[in-house]
Design a protein. Sequence first.
Length: 95
Amino acid sequence: MFGFVMMTPQLFINYKLQSVAHLNWRTMTYKSINTFIDDLFAFVIKMPIMHRLACLRDDVIFFIFCYQRYKYKTDYTRVNEFGQCSEPTEEMLAE
């Protein structure tokens, strides 16, 4: 309903962990397609200026997500919420 604004806490999580391993790409893909369609209609159809600004706000958050994806690489040695790891380290295997 609100696009990327609802995912703003994820920006802080990515920043604190310096990783995007937990970022759900299906959700991000869906929201990005939805945001760009919303942008298209916001600037083609006559709409209030506040709605246009809301679309711009979602775009800014989307580009911050893209920057974080570029800057913070995925840490495959990190354990996810299910206790699984893609590339366990020697210390993890010893336990």
